[in-house]
Design a protein around this ligand. Structure first.
Ligand code: FAD
Length: 393
């Protein structure tokens, strides 16, 4: 309980969602000695167990905060990168305000990853810790719309700003039929289900489509979450369509296993080429093409090569597109001089510092859609650099 937070601020979260089999267990000496990562110390499980034990014991306590310095930092977004930054900066006695666009803080941990994988009380507990440390939280506050980023520095007196706005812009397949009724991005689908409680069909303001036969396009953790959510929302059949094989799937092995156990039907080496609808523009069928694996591409994975003439139709009423997310362009579009790369990710140096003095960034808005632990690591580095800047002011 006391050692783990030196490296991981959110052990109850990481113990549940991180790819521990590669990040923690692969370098474990026990696993190496026994030549099997499954026999390594189950560090993720340990993390989860001790963090849960401590939280449930009610003895968590509030981290110590140094005396007030009078310096102010704005943290934009409230996902794992921002939570880490807020905690590390507040500990040094600086005033921290977190601005979140949604009505609930937590980022993807709240709106994306479903309850069955990460109970929301755990995320709320982390937010409560920040509040107890004295971090101020402003929800329903879209930086770039409610207030420009520059105004936070020039008019509101913040000495530094951290941008942790994530990668919330869904990518689409750009195939015919993607605007039919019954086609969702995984982001919309999961946000409606998790954050807007669409599963509560009697009370939800944004109830979900009553899907019976669902096709999920993609092979990452997001695709697995969407597929498993669709089953829980009452779909009779959920088909996961992925253009490579299971070996190349970016999702965690554990998540793939859970999806399969729950009855998700896997269609490997296939890809959607067209979505068909009825006279009311509602989805009725998905046209797919079969693939085979060719030479490795830039990602090192064997690239999928379409088999000409192998098209076939699948009877479905819903399509969930889960092929990745890009960065939200709002802040870069409304902040003159903030440099981004060609994917719209904010460019920072090794200390998380952007092209504008006093503005730092980290997490998915810098890395592109990545992982919780990487977002936290980026947050830690940026917080150290902000703390060093403030110490010198
Ligand atoms: P986010 O968590 O995206 O948080 C960004 C926050 O900024 C959001 O709350 C957003 O509303 C807010 N925001 C955006 N723009 C503004 C603005 N202009 N003003 C104010 N606020 C703004 N990773 C894993 O390690 N393991 C997993 O199993 C896993 N599963 C995933 C499942 C899903 C469905 C998704 C979508 C992602 C998953 N990931 C997983 C990835 C992981 O969740 C992200 O890498 C991580 O959350 C990124 O953290 P972040 O702090 O950079 O941003």
């Amino acid at each position: 309980v006391s050692v783990i937070p030196e490296n991981s601020l959110l052990p109850a979260v990481c113990g549940r969602v991180c790819p521990q089999e590669t990040q923690c267990q692969a370098p474990c000496t026990l696993g190496k000695a026994l030549k099997d990562t499954d026999k390594a110390v189950a560090i993720g499980r340990v993390e989860r167990y001790v963090a849960d034990l401590q939280r449930e014991s009610g003895k968590q306590g509030v981290p110590e905060v140094k005396p007030a310095t009078g310096k102010k930092v704005a943290v934009i977004g409230s996902g794992p990168a921002s939570i880490t930054v807020a905690a590390d900066i507040r500990r040094e006695g600086h005033d921290v305000t977190m601005f979140e666009a949604f009505h609930k803080p937590g980022g993807v941990l709240i709106y994306g990853i479903p309850e069955f994988r990460l109970p929301k009380t755990i995320v709320q507990n982390e937010i409560d810790n920040l509040i107890n440390m004295g971090v101020r939280l402003e929800t329903n506050f879209v930086v770039g719309r409610t207030r420009k980023l520059n105004d936070l520095i020039e008019k509101d007196g913040f000495n530094a700003v951290f941008v942790g706005t994530g990668a919330g812009l869904p990518k689409f397949m750009n195939i015919p039929g993607e605007n039919l009724v019954g086609v969702f991005s995984a982001n919309e689908y999961l946000t409606r289900a998790n954050l807007m409680k669409a599963y509560d069909t009697e009370h939800a303001h944004t109830p979900l489509y009553n899907s019976k036969k669902v096709a999920v396009l993609g092979g990452g953790n997001v695709a697995m979450d969407a597929a498993r959510m669709a089953l829980r929302l009452g779909a009779a059949e959920v088909h996961l369509v992925y253009r490579r094989t299971e070996k190349e799937m970016p999702a965690r092995v554990e998540e793939v296993g859970h999806a399969r156990e729950e009855g998700v039907i896997f269609h490997m080496l296939q890809n959607a080429v067209r979505i068909l609808g009825d006279a009311n523009d509602c989805v009725t069928q998905l046209e797919c093409l079969r693939y085979e694996l060719g030479e490795p591409d830039a990602s090192g994975r064997r690239s999928p090569v379409p088999i000409a003439g192998s098209e076939f139709l699948m009877e479905i009423d819903t399509v969930i597109v889960a092929i990745g997310n890009g960065s939200n362009p709002l802040i870069s579009q409304t902040t003159a001089g903030l440099q981004v790369n060609r994917w719209g990710n904010i460019i920072v140096d090794e200390n998380g510092k952007s092209s504008i003095d006093g503005i730092y960034a980290g997490g998915d808005i810098v890395l592109g859609a990545a992982t919780v632990i990487l977002a936290m690591g980026e947050g830690r580095r940026a917080a150290a650099s902000i703390n060093a800047r403030l110490a010198g002011l």
